[in-house]
Write a protein that binds this ligand. Structure first.
Ligand SMILES: [Zn+2]
Ligand SMILES: [Zn+2]
Length: 464
């Protein structure tokens, strides 16, 4: 079989791997390229394969860098099946629809300007109707069951502990006399001991392993130290008398931060918190989270069962309407605003940054990965001035980065997971990491595990 590394090869975003066996064509993920402008422009390019020739798309999880191009895939002719865990199917329903609204709005905005300039108008990458069409192709499956999908292929999804519904994909391919080969795609692998979701499932067998490397060059602090870091940042910031903005993906990080803030306030370590979750999608995602106990860890289930999520000295408000979101701009102190997008490249967080970033008494707490080229990355790397809505905004607020809350395993976590394979894989492919990080991880794996390992280039074709 041939495998083409279409995206997330020496880069983090654009996750998509094309597998051609003798009998079937499969995709693992079909995600957005995100970050710099050049990256995002690639989303409009036509696919390098024929979408109508794909039989199955196996989706590891709902994040848009893995799922964002699915409506375009369907629009361009895909007629196969999209397999994902039940929670991922539910999350995609809200995330792909939201993504479509953003595409439509962006196209409308661009076309207004193009109209003035007499340029030809653009059509959105996909519309809400097209996103809704693509949802018909989804089929939910349970964690842990082996599905025979035909054409000599079996598949099983295991909990990757990254976000709700996230999966490691195990794929058995039997295409010729050379016997069955097992491929393992790690998907995005979570950190151990992070609240809300389970720890990543160890996999013991695999011939070819495809492992993510987002944070393969880091070492995260432990959860206790991280919780203390968050407590300190919040206490310090509130004492300075401003607001705290926390950019966070609506799915995953938002629920983690809420969980920790609640826990800190129940434990009496933080008092009188006024928390706003300013994202319509986060509200729906939180609801879906509570509907999927199979994805939640024991500690979270216990908190939910005891009803402690309500009844601490923390006031929590979800703002859905645009007007309610704008009202938040009038609050000058004491508000903790959690809002998307996590990398500050879109969404309501940009308004909150415009109102708070230039005020030295305010803070921004980053808790997730900031891809190269995004506004979040610029702020984290110390930019003194940024552009928001065409205006220059000074960065005077205090910037905190709390890496320990990351949804991605660090080098030790990734290596631990690889160490669980009982037999050495024939080959390990390092994917989903920036070039330097991926290459560094290749060296680390070779040194520690003495296994044939590489970081494929984009569009590289490997025959196995
Ligand atoms: Zn992810
Ligand atoms: Zn990812």
């Amino acid at each position: 079989m041939n495998i083409t590394f279409i995206g997330a090869a020496r880069m983090v975003t654009g996750s998509c791997f094309y597998i051609q066996t003798k009998e079937a064509n499969l995709l693992i993920d079909c995600g957005f390229f995100q970050g710099s402008k050049e990256n995002e422009e690639q989303n409009a390019n036509s696919f390098s394969f024929d979408p109508s020739g794909i039989h199955y798309l196996l989706l590891t999880h709902a994040h848009l860098d893995h799922s964002g191009l699915i409506p375009k895939l369907v629009k361009d002719g895909f007629k196969g099946k999209i397999l994902a865990t039940n929670a991922t199917v539910e999350l995609c329903r809200i995330m792909l629809m939201d993504s479509a609204y953003i595409q439509e709005r962006d196209a409308e905005w661009d076309n207004k300007k193009r109209g003035w300039a007499g340029k030809p108008l653009l059509t959105p990458l996909y519309t809400a109707d097209e996103a809704a069409d693509s949802l018909d192709y989804f089929q939910g499956i349970e964690y842990g069951t082996i599905e025979e999908i035909g054409n000599g292929i079996k598949v099983r999804f295991q909990d990757a502990g990254h976000i709700l519904g996230s999966a490691i994909v195990e794929l058995w391919v039997n295409e010729d006399a050379s016997g069955e080969k097992k491929l393992v795609f790690s998907g995005d692998l979570g950190q151990k001991n992070i609240p809300v979701v389970n720890d990543p499932t160890p996999i013991e067998e695999g011939d070819y392993v495809f492992i993510e490397s987002t944070y393969a060059n880091r070492r995260h602090k432990g959860i206790n130290e991280t919780t203390e870091e968050l407590r300190q940042a919040v206490t310090e910031s509130l004492e300075r008398g401003g607001n705290i903005s926390i950019p966070a993906f609506a799915v995953g990080r938002t629920q983690n931060i809420l969980y920790l803030l609640k826990k800190l306030s129940i434990g009496g370590k933080l008092d009188h918190l006024r928390v706003f979750v300013d994202s319509p999608m986060a509200i729906r995602a939180t609801r879906i989270t509570l509907n999927h106990p199979e994805c939640l860890d024991d500690e979270t289930l216990e908190l939910i069962r005891e009803g402690k999520f309500s009844g601490s000295n923390l006031s929590l408000e979800f703002t859905e309407a645009v007007e309610a979101s704008m009202e938040l701009n009038k609050i000058k102190r004491g508000a903790i605003i959690i809002s998307a997008s996590g990398m500050c490249n879109a969404g309501r967080i940009r308004h909150h940054l415009k109102h708070n970033l230039w005020r030295p008494e305010c803070s921004v707490i980053f808790v997730g990965f900031q891809a190269y080229g995004t506004l979040g990355r610029k702020i984290v790397e110390g930019a003194s001035m940024v552009k928001l809505f065409g205006e220059e905004i000074a960065v005077k607020a205090k910037i905190y980065t709390i890496g320990g809350l990351s949804a991605h395993a660090d080098q030790e976590g990734l290596m631990d997971w690889l160490n669980k394979f009982k037999r050495k894989p024939r080959r390990i492919f390092v994917i989903h990491g920036e070039e330097e990080t991926a290459l560094g991880f290749v060296d680390a794996i070779k040194k520690q595990l003495n296994t044939d390992t590489c970081a494929p280039l984009r569009m590289e074709v490997v025959t196995i």
